[in-house]
Ligand binder design. Structure first.
Ligand code: GDP
Length: 360
C-alpha cells in the first residue's frame, strides 16, 4: 500500500472544495426546472421582475405547442393591465451601421439613469435562410451583464402565429416585469421595419455617412417612417462627413409631407464608441413622447396599433386553423397539383377550397 501511494497514479486526499452554488440556490433551481409553473406563479414572478420566470413565460409565448399557447394567453391576459407604461423605441439600420454598439452604449446611459431596459430583436434573415444577421456575433456583452437590462433575441423563424405577434406579446410581458424602456431592433433590409414601426412609439433610423451618394440605396419608405435619424460613427476623422450627411438628410426630410403628429423629425450625429451625441438622441425620443402625449397623438397611435394587432391576430388565427386542418390540407394538396398542371386557376382553386372550408 505504501508503495502505491508514492506513484503518480494513486489518488491523494485533498482539501474538500465548497460547492460553487449554495444548497439553497441549487434546490430552488431544481424546483423551478422540474415543476411546471402555474399561471399564478408565472404572473406573480413576472410582476416582481423575476428574469428566470419572465424568460420561461416568453418561451411559452414563442412555443408552437397548443398547451403552451393556452397558458401563454392566460399569463398575457393577467399581465396586460400592468403593461403599456413604457417608451417603446424601434431602432433600424443596415447591417454594420452600428446598431448593437449604439444600443449597448445608450443602454448603459439609460440604465444608469435608473431605467430598466428590455432589448428585443427581430432578425428577418432567419425567416428566409438559416443564416442570421443579428445573431452570429457576440453582441452587447456589457448590456447582457447589466442587471437593469434584459436582452431577448427574436423567436426562431417558422413559429406559429408570426414573429410580429410574438414580439408584441414579449414586449407586454417585459413591461409587466417593470421594464420602462423597450428597444426593438431590426435590420433595415426587409419588411420587418414596417412591422416594428407598427408596434413602437418612436422609430429611429441609424444611417452611415459618406457611403457614396448620401441618398442612394435608402428606401424612401423607411426614411418617411423615421421619427428621427442618427448618423453613426461621427468620430475618428469622420465628423465632417457625418455633419455633411446630416445636412443632406435634413433637406431630404423637408421634401416629405409633414407628419400627422406635427413632430419634426430630428437628424443627429453620434458616436457610440466615444459616447458623443447619444444623450441628444435619447432627448429626441423623450421630447417626441411629450409632444405626442400632449397633443393626444400618442394615445390614438397606440389605439390604432391595438386595432391592427386585433386584426392581425384574427388573420393569423384563421390561416392557422385552415392550414392545420387535416382535411383541408388534403384538399389543398389536390388543388396544388391541379393549379401546377394548369387545370384550374389559383383564384378558382382558392374559391373552391374556401367554400369547402366554410361549408363545413
Ligand atoms: P450592427 O450590425 O448594425 O449591429 O453594427 P455593429 O454595432 O456590430 O457595428 C459594426 C461595426 O462598426 C463594428 O466594427 C463596430 O465596432 C463599429 N462601430 C459601431 N459604432 C461605432 C462608432 O460609434 N464609431 C466607430 N468608429 N465605429 C463604430
Amino acid at each position: 500500500m505504501e508503495d502505491e501511494n508514492k506513484t503518480a497514479l494513486s489518488v491523494q486526499s485533498g482539501v474538500e472544495q465548497p460547492p460553487t452554488l449554495s444548497a439553497d440556490a441549487v434546490s430552488r433551481f431544481k424546483a423551478l426546472r422540474q415543476k411546471p409553473l402555474t399561471t399564478e406563479a408565472f404572473v406573480a414572478g413576472i410582476l416582481r421582475g423575476d428574469i428566470t420566470i419572465l424568460s420561461k413565460a416568453i418561451t411559452l409565448v414563442e412555443s408552437a405547442l397548443p398547451v403552451h399557447r393556452a397558458q401563454a394567453a392566460q399569463i398575457l391576459e393577467q399581465c396586460i393591465p400592468h403593461s403599456g407604461r413604457s417608451i417603446r423605441i424601434g431602432i433600424t439600420g443596415v447591417p454594420g451601421v452600428g446598431k448593437s454598439t449604439f444600443i449597448e452604449s445608450l443602454g448603459g446611459t439609460i440604465t444608469a439613469e435608473g431605467h430598466k431596459l428590455a432589448v428585443l430583436a427581430i432578425d428577418p434573415s432567419s425567416e428566409r435562410s438559416k443564416g442570421s444577421i443579428l445573431g452570429d456575433k457576440t453582441r452587447m456583452e456589457e448590456l447582457a451583464a447589466n442587471p437593469n437590462a434584459y436582452i431577448r433575441p427574436s423567436p426562431s423563424a417558422g413559429t406559429l402565429g408570426g414573429v410580429a405577434n410574438k414580439t408584441r406579446e414579449t414586449m407586454l410581458l417585459c413591461e409587466a416585469a417593470g421594464y420602462d424602456v423597450i428597444f426593438i431592433e431590426t435590420v433595415g433590409v426587409g419588411q420587418s421595419e414596417t412591422t416594428v414601426h407598427g408596434m413602437v412609439d418612436f422609430f429611429l433610423l441609424l444611417m452611415l455617412a459618406g457611403a457614396g451618394d448620401e441618398l442612394q440605396g435608402i428606401k424612401r419608405g423607411i426614411m418617411e417612417m423615421a421619427d428621427s435619424i442618427a448618423i453613426t460613427k461621427a468620430d475618428s476623422g469622420n465628423e465632417a462627413k457625418a455633419t455633411m450627411a446630416q445636412a443632406q438628410y435634413k433637406s431630404a426630410l423637408h421634401l416629405f409631407p409633414g407628419t400627422e403628429s406635427g413632430w419634426i423629425p430630428r437628424v443627429l450625429t453620434c458616436s457610440s464608441v466615444h459616447k458623443i451625441g447619444l444623450a441628444e438622441v435619447w432627448q429626441a425620443a423623450k421630447d417626441y413622447l411629450h409632444h405626442t402625449q400632449d397633443g393626444g397623438f400618442w394615445q390614438s397611435k397606440r389605439n390604432q396599433q391595438a386595432m391592427d394587432w386585433l386584426h392581425q391576430s384574427i388573420r393569423e388565427g384563421l390561416m392557422q386553423h385552415f392550414f392545420e386542418n387535416a382535411e383541408m390540407r388534403n384538399s389543398l394538396d389536390g388543388f396544388e397539383q391541379k393549379v401546377m398542371q394548369g387545370l384550374v386557376s389559383p383564384y378558382n382553386a382558392a374559391q373552391e377550397l374556401l367554400s369547402e372550408y366554410f361549408g363545413k
